[in-house]
Design a binder for this molecule. Structure first.
Ligand code: C2E
Ligand code: MG
Ligand code: MG
Ligand code: MG
Length: 277
């Protein structure tokens, strides 16, 4: 019987899967340690208006792993979301971003900048999220009018009074809301009417091929038109070429983010001094 069980187990032993499980476990442990040891960094990517002037930045997490080098958030955010680490990690991000906002508030060349911060669903759903953020604003002295939270449609999948209530309370403080990766989720459009959003972010997957793919082009123009009729701002992400920028501008898009204007960089590398006239 033991032999049968052994053979059975053997059938399902998959070294590749085993390796993935181990890899995952070590990533998780390392990530926990990284948060404790201060190995997380915020990079910033500029957002520009139709004249190419920087209006703000998006904060993007980076993990400086001692052996793996810079680990992309595409790899570790899903892990953090699964094990709950996203909640303390997200608070660290908000606090760091707000400290930076407060520093900029004292610099004439940077005083106008807005800061967009990505907030995961479970982070926003935490019962004390609003209280924590209020406290961060109080401690750092950042102006809430300069802060914009980037939410995704996954938060709106369930029609939740709690989400709307929280958004309204934060809105009351002056905080703005962008809907990130717009069009890639599965939720209905009804929430656009119900929730106090300020901006739609056109996902880079639609922007990438819009010059070659008529379907993507149609989706993008539809989002721009939708935003305009709902009186929402619209920003295109993943803008990599002047041709893309011009096409989007011709369709009525007034705000842009992408490698054409700058990659995410550490704060010292942001081209802010260049804007002092
Ligand atoms: P996102 O919020 O949609 O951020 C945009 C992503 O597109 C960033 O990837 C950015 O580096 C990349 N990007 C910007 N311009 C271009 C471009 O012109 N071309 C291309 N190909 N890519 C461009 P990144 O930094 O790797 O972040 C990936 C995702 O990880 C973010 O997508 C966001 O969902 C998540 N993330 C990053 N930082 C945080 C954070 O602090 N908290 C949470 N909850 N999620 C975060
Ligand atoms: Mg984002
Ligand atoms: Mg996005
Ligand atoms: Mg995206």
């Amino acid at each position: 019987q033991a032999k049968a069980a052994g053979r059975h187990a053997l059938c399902f032993f998959d070294p590749a899967m085993q390796a993935r499980v181990m890899e995952r476990a070590s990533l998780e442990a390392d990530l926990r340690q990284a948060l404790a040891d201060g190995l997380l960094r915020l990079f910033y990517q500029v957002q520009v208006d139709e004249e190419g002037q920087t209006t703000g930045v998006e904060a993007l997490l980076r993990w400086e792993h001692p052996e793996r080098g810079l680990v992309s958030p595409g790899v570790f955010i899903p892990v953090a979301e699964e094990n709950g680490l996203i909640v303390p990690m997200g608070l660290w991000v908000l606090e760091t971003a707000c400290r930076q906002l407060a520093v900029w508030a004292a610099m004439p060349a940077a005083e106008h900048l807005t800061m967009a911060v990505n907030v995961s669903r479970d982070q926003f759903r935490a019962p004390d999220f609003v209280a924590r953020l209020e406290r961060i604003l109080a401690v750092t002295g950042a102006r809430p009018e300069r802060l914009k939270l980037e939410l995704t449609e996954t938060l709106f999948l369930e029609d939740s009074e709690d989400t709307r209530d929280k958004m309204q309370r934060l809105k009351g403080l002056g905080i703005g809301f962008a809907l990130d990766d717009f069009g890639t989720g599965y939720s209905s459009l009804a929430y656009l009417k119900r929730l106090p959003l300020d901006q739609l972010k056109i996902d880079q997957s639609f922007v990438r091929d819009l010059l070659d793919d008529p379907t993507d082009a149609t989706i993008v123009t539809t989002i721009i038109t939708l935003a305009r009729s709902l009186e929402l701002e619209v920003i295109a992400e993943g803008v990599e070429s002047e041709e893309h920028r011009r096409w989007l501008a011709e369709q009525g898009c007034r705000a842009f983010q992408g490698y054409l204007f700058g990659r995410p960089v550490p704060v010292e590398e942001l081209p802010l001094a260049a804007e002092v006239v």
